[in-house]
Design a protein around this ligand. Structure first.
Ligand code: ATP
Ligand code: SF4
Ligand code: MG
Length: 335
């Protein structure tokens, strides 16, 4: 489910991923469609366990198999099918064009190596793989430049520091620097800064937004914070139990949420005047080893009717005029 995007950087079609475990096969992603255009900032939201990170990891090619298995679909990056690339080409893609900002600055850096060495490794590896020979001095120059770009106060000091000598906020900035180092086209940010206090997280997100806009990068942002997603993305995907259920321009989805799941998700956002209190959504995500048939949301949906458990709804065009977008719900089926 997705609107046609001119010259997409990333185009995911019908992506299906499952996990093999003692309890059987967990069919997590059931055909995810997702597109990111050039310079576009795209959000991905949905409750915990709905498959956001699995989608990201599949795109980055870092799902561990087994237990993970890609059962079908396509992941096209600048027109090339990532799933059919050889290991070398794929590694190169990951090291340069496609970059990811990880969530936890505490565990994503190696405590026994200096920051400069770790960044040098990332850059040197990508250069070698790309057939380029850069000197350590050249790489140092680029690393200091990026450390400055992420507004670290003394780049040379940070270059020589061990991760433990930096605060959590500084380490998260280093991770952003690491993601930007090889000048990627698409940045994937999975809950950046959630391990930090709210003020530092806010600073990090503002910085990320400024850098993405300044460099005209494409970004795929996962966040539980709907306020952040509203402010930082142009287009939005709402995901439930391994499928995209609503997609459209972020402003349109917020102005006219049509899928019952999106409506419930937005009702969970407290209002400043206290008129809406966190309500939560009744029920829980399904067991992926025995997912409900039809619309996976039907056991929790107040509008469910016979058809909902029989067949999976396709994406229908919803909303009139300026707020038109797409929702996968039988209530939207044209009569
Ligand atoms: N390595 C794994 N082995 C087995 N199952 C897994 C594995 N990784 C993910 N899953 C399954 O995939 C589901 C989706 O996980 P995912 O990490 O994508 O959720 P998420 O939407 O990113 O949640 P959160 O918001 O909490 O980060 C999980 O509920 C889990 O059942
Ligand atoms: S298809 Fe049915 S169960 Fe699913 S969201 Fe729509 S009304 Fe609810
Ligand atoms: Mg996640």
């Amino acid at each position: 489910m997705t609107a046609p995007v001119a010259a997409p950087v990333l185009d995911v079609r019908g992506l299906r991923v499952s996990f093999r475990g003692f309890e059987g096969v967990a069919e997590v992603l059931q055909g995810v469609d997702l597109t990111v255009g050039k310079g576009e900032r795209v959000g991905l939201v949905g409750e915990s366990g709905c498959g956001k990170s699995v989608t990201m990891r599949a795109i980055m090619g870092i799902l561990r198999a087994p237990p993970a298995r890609v059962d079908g679909g396509e992941i096209r990056y600048l027109g090339r099918d990532v799933l059919t690339l050889g290991r070398r080409e794929r590694d190169l893609l990951k090291g340069r064009d496609l970059s990811m900002v990880f969530q936890d600055p505490g565990t994503s850096l190696n405590p026994v190596f200096r920051i400069g060495e770790q960044l040098d490794d990332v850059m040197g590896w990508a250069d070698r793989r790309g057939g380029e020979r850069t000197s350590r001095r050249t790489r140092r120059g680029r690393i200091l430049e990026v450390l400055k770009q992420v507004k670290l106060p003394d780049p040379a000091l940070v270059y020589d520091a061990y991760p433990m000598q930096l605060s959590g906020g500084m380490r998260q900035r280093v991770l952003i620097a690491m993601a930007l180092l090889n000048r990627p086209t698409l940045l994937i940010a999975d809950e950046p800064g959630t391990a930090l206090d709210v003020t530092t997280q806010d600073e990090i997100l503002r910085l990320l937004d400024a850098l993405v806009q300044h460099d005209g990068l494409s970004m795929l942002l996962i966040s539980h914070n709907l306020g952040v997603v509203r402010a930082m993305t142009d287009r939005l995907y709402v995901m439930y139990a391994g499928a995209v259920v609503e997609e459209g321009a972020t402003a349109d989805v917020f102005a006219d949420p049509r899928h019952p799941y999106t409506q419930a998700l937005l009702r969970c956002v407290p209002k400043l005047d206290g008129s809406a209190v966190y309500a939560g959504i009744d029920g829980t995500l399904p067991d992926y080893t025995r997912p409900p048939g039809g619309c996976r949301f039907h056991p929790r949906c107040g509008y469910a009717h016979a058809r909902c458990s029989e067949a999976r709804p396709p994406a229908f065009e919803v909303g009139a005029g300026p707020v038109a977008h797409r929702s996968a719900c039988w209530l939207e089926e044209p009569r």
